[in-house]
Ligand binder design. Structure first.
Ligand code: TYD
Ligand code: MG
Length: 464
């Protein structure tokens, strides 16, 4: 028998080293190296694969001048789910490979079954849905729940990558779903399905097949507890588009986010609600994140953030309370903890308001994660509102970045945000001076501020 060679593969980034170490020298992750056996036959099989991928001499590609290359206009299919189309950049591009990641149970299989069924119905395609996790009966049961059991979708229960490719070669589906990539294994490797090496190699084979035949392929990937797709980097660079499906399983709402897209904008958001009949799109997401009570209450402030191409109104809540501890708590959900600490320091230094003996809790309602700085002003307003126990009128919004010198800085798309707030019935907007629209917008009064002190004054006038 050929002598097996031992290699160590990093679970996080897929890097290989001949020796074990406590820390991966590539990505710096601790205790992430796993032992694997590389036999002579595996090594030669890998060599065969790389030969077929076009790097070795036999397939010679021509050099062409840039002007001579024709661009084939990308053809897009609509998936029948407008929110999914939006996140994909306007539909599913034919021949592209998409990776959808998310926690188990979030609704990935439901989303894809709905999309495949509606594509089959509207475009006359016959998609192939390959499941490695569920039996055909389980998929049928889901389809019955969704009332899609009559859809012309082909199903295949398979986990063997080579078999999958052989079946696909024979049936030539235009669209193919692999649910999920963690269950797929290739015979080229001896390690168990789900290990980074298996996921990477099977995905590489499937992607190679998709690209060489022009098959559109959607790969489903589960995220690990740390929130990353298993073998994340290796998979993300192989595919054209990476989408994450997020949300709290205890609430109905699910957010689909593009983190990489060769055919559209990243950070685009799609919002869905999980119902008894599957996922339904929410075309006006601001409405759900804003479902507030009738009365104005201290500690609740609305801001406008921009997620992808559209503004989104979200409520920021703060609770400021006397702290029994020598080291008061600063807890934030949906906002980075360090940002909160920084904002409180700015509030003290430039606004003259101190919270050093107070616990401060911040919550962004609806499970939204604020990733932009435009919410700074609203966070401080919520803190102040709770601290003073004064409510801001319900039809006020605030947005703007707060700088370390206490200046209020403009954010992208200011005018659009003000308009969107106006559309949702808000009558006053406190914004950075540079964000104030040149012409007044009917129905909404803009209060332009340049410094934190001016913003605080505007708030105090509003809740006197
Ligand atoms: P699923 O698509 O199986 O999740 P994933 O593939 O991401 O693991 O969805 C699982 C959850 O969705 C499950 O908890 C039940 C719920 N669900 C509904 O609420 N309504 C439905 O119509 C369907 C099909 C599922
Ligand atoms: Mg599933």
């Amino acid at each position: 028998m050929a002598k097996a060679k031992r290699i160590y593969v990093c679970k996080e980034c897929g890097a290989q080293t001949p020796q074990w170490a406590g820390r991966c020298s590539d990505c710096g992750a601790w205790n992430s190296l796993e032992e694997q056996l590389l036999t002579a036959s595996t090594a030669s099989a890998q060599a065969t694969v790389s030969r077929h991928s076009g790097y070795a001499g036999e397939q010679k590609n021509e050099v062409l001048p840039l002007q001579a290359v024709t661009s084939e206009q990308a053809v897009r299919w609509t998936t029948g789910l407008p929110e999914l189309d939006r996140v994909l950049g306007g539909g599913l591009v034919t021949g592209s490979v998409v990776l959808i990641g998310g926690d188990p149970g979030i609704g990935k299989s439901t989303l894809l079954l709905q999309a495949m069924a509606s594509m089959a119905a509207s475009s006359g395609l016959s998609p192939l849905y390959v499941s490695g996790e569920e039996s055909l009966q389980q998929i049928r049961l889901r389809a019955e729940r969704l009332q899609l059991e009559q859809s012309p979708v082909d199903l295949l229960a398979e986990t063997h990558a080579e078999q999958m490719i052989a079946t696909a070669r024979q049936r030539q589906p235009q669209v193919m779903v692999i649910d999920s990539i963690q269950t797929v294994f290739t015979e080229l490797l001896q390690s168990a399905p789900g290990t980074v090496a298996q996921v990477r190699e099977s995905a590489a084979q499937l992607v190679r097949f998709a690209k060489s035949t022009g098959t559109t392929m959607i790969l489903v990937g589960h995220v690990t507890k740390q929130g990353a797709l298993a073998g994340p980097r290796v998979l993300e660079h192989m595919v054209d588009t990476v989408l994450y499906f997020e949300g709290d399983t205890s609430t109905r709402f699910r957010i689909l986010r593009a983190v990489k897209n060769r055919f559209g904008a990243v950070n685009e958001l799609g919002v869905f609600g999980m119902t008894e009949l599957g996922l339904k799109e929410v075309s006006n997401p601001s409405a759900i994140f804003l479902s507030r009570g009738e009365k104005a209450v201290p500690g609740s402030v609305v801001t406008v953030v921009r997620e992808g191409s559209r503004p989104l109104l979200v409520e920021v809540q703060a609770l400021v309370d006397d702290s029994p501890l020598g080291n008061p708590r600063r807890v934030s959900v949906g906002l980075e903890q360090n940002r909160l600490a920084m904002l409180l320091a700015i509030l003290h230094r430039h606004g003259g308001i101190t919270c050093h003996d107070q616990d401060v809790f911040i919550n962004v309602v609806g499970g939204v994660k604020l990733s932009e700085t435009g919410a700074d002003l609203a966070v401080l307003a919520a803190v102040l509102s709770s601290l003073r126990n004064k409510a801001l009128p319900r039809d006020w919004v605030l947005f703007g970045e707060v700088g370390l010198t206490g200046e209020i800085r403009p954010v992208q798309g200011g005018e659009e945000r003000v308009r969107d707030a106006g559309k949702h019935g808000f009558s006053h907007a406190v914004v950075a001076a540079a964000n104030a629209p040149r012409k007044p917008i009917s129905g909404i009064k803009v209060i332009a501020v340049q410094h934190l002190a001016e913003a605080i004054e505007a708030l105090q006038n509003a809740w006197h």
